[in-house]
Design a protein around this ligand. Sequence first.
Ligand code: BES
Ligand code: MN
Ligand code: ZN
Length: 499
Amino acid sequence: MEVRAIAGNLAEQQVETLVVEVAEGASRLSGPAAQVDAALGGAITAMIRDGLISGRAGEVTSIAALGRVPARRVVVHGAGKAEARTIDGFRTRAGNLARALRGLDAKSVAVGLQETDSLDAETVGRALAEGFVLGLYRFDRHHTRAEDRPRGAVDAITLVEAAPRRLPALQRGVEAGTILAEATNLTRDLANEPANLMTPTIVAERAQEVAAATGLECTIIERAEAERLGMGSYLSVANGSVQPPKFIVLRYRNGGRTRPVGLIGKGITFDTGGISIKPAAGMERMKGDMTGAASVIGAMQAIARLGPAVNVLAIAPCTENMPSGSATKPGDVVYAMDGQSIEVLNTDAEGRLVLADGLAYARRENCSTLVDVATLTGAMNVALGNVRIGTFANNDRLYADLERAAAAAGERLWRMPLDAEYFDLIKSDVADIKNTGGPSAGSITAAKFLERFAHDTPWAHLDIAAVSDSTAEKGVLVKGSTGSPVRTLVHFVLGRART
Ligand code: BES
Ligand code: MN
Ligand code: ZN
């Protein structure tokens, strides 16, 4: 699916379907809607007058063009109340519209841009491209029968802007939005794939493919080298699995001699809980426990394609967490790469164990800033549900930069506390730290654990356990992996680039 932008007259476009927007309660039509209405002999005005079109947000009305315009069909899309026209609203409605067009079996579509003059053209282009590309995503490759796959496929959407002077910025936005959305969809593909088809080895292969296609450097640290590096915390999670662990390192270099930004993603390709095994019900969801890793790989694809002047190091410690005769046992003590000892009280608190060595490795590589992303704690859903990403930071400026990036991306963070007293819950009697802190403040004690491995480096931790999956099809979200926070990560890195 391709999104492009042109300047011109919507009614003249040689496509199958034209889309015009009508606001709720609009007394008269303007812009492309008025032009198309005139070409159709006032059909849209008549349908509004007769109560057949209300303009309510998301309303979709299909009208036969009867040869009055080159297109075969006109879709009138409800834009909602005029005052609700925000960038986030554009992105959301674009997602819903794209799926409605696919349901109508539309192949080539031209959308008239209406009343966007007060908004920055680049931002509008980006939001619309994101909405279309994200909204049309689906994961259906394992349905072998065509009738089990939703029908329809939109091939191309053209944004038609009446004012030629706004076109260059609009096109820049469409290009960036497409890159951001395709990176998010890459993350979704990796995360949606079942664990037998997305082993650490396969994640590493996919990372290498992304690197080869975009000019990133990719190194895979194998078990033997991880042992030499002293990654005893990460490797303790891999002990129970027959799948070889893969510690993925992706490098983007375009920042001269500046220190790299470090992005670290939890890569548990399946989390059974290990010896502290999880209940059977819902365990299949744990195929998505590598979404942090998938997020940093997706973000790196977009960063490489956008080309900012910055150095970035992405790290994805990948392994399965399995019970077996060789698995780590509750009470075992392991040593992370930075020398700290950890008492493993619960083998199901494995994410922090792989991240400890991910953070240590990023520090050894002299990263200026560390941002980790992890499906870390079920408690996150209790605290914030699936609306905001629980975000911890040991540095106010870093948190402010992330919040700005999230706002640009249309994603939402919420800052969580790191008071010193929470650390008392993870003091161990036998080692420097223990990997669980009991039933209270589960997301915070997990973050306090990670904070110890960031030491004095500015660090933030995004616990995406509650936002990584969607059960609804709404706006940019479809069922399955959300791909959040790929776009926030990319905007954050862009903000760190030399301009
Ligand atoms: N991967 C899980 C967290 C998770 C739970 C992600 C639900 C997505 C949905 C993580 O490894 C885990 O098992 N966490 C435990 C920690 C506990 C043992 C301290 C949890 O949240 O129960
Ligand atoms: Mn776990
Ligand atoms: Zn996990």
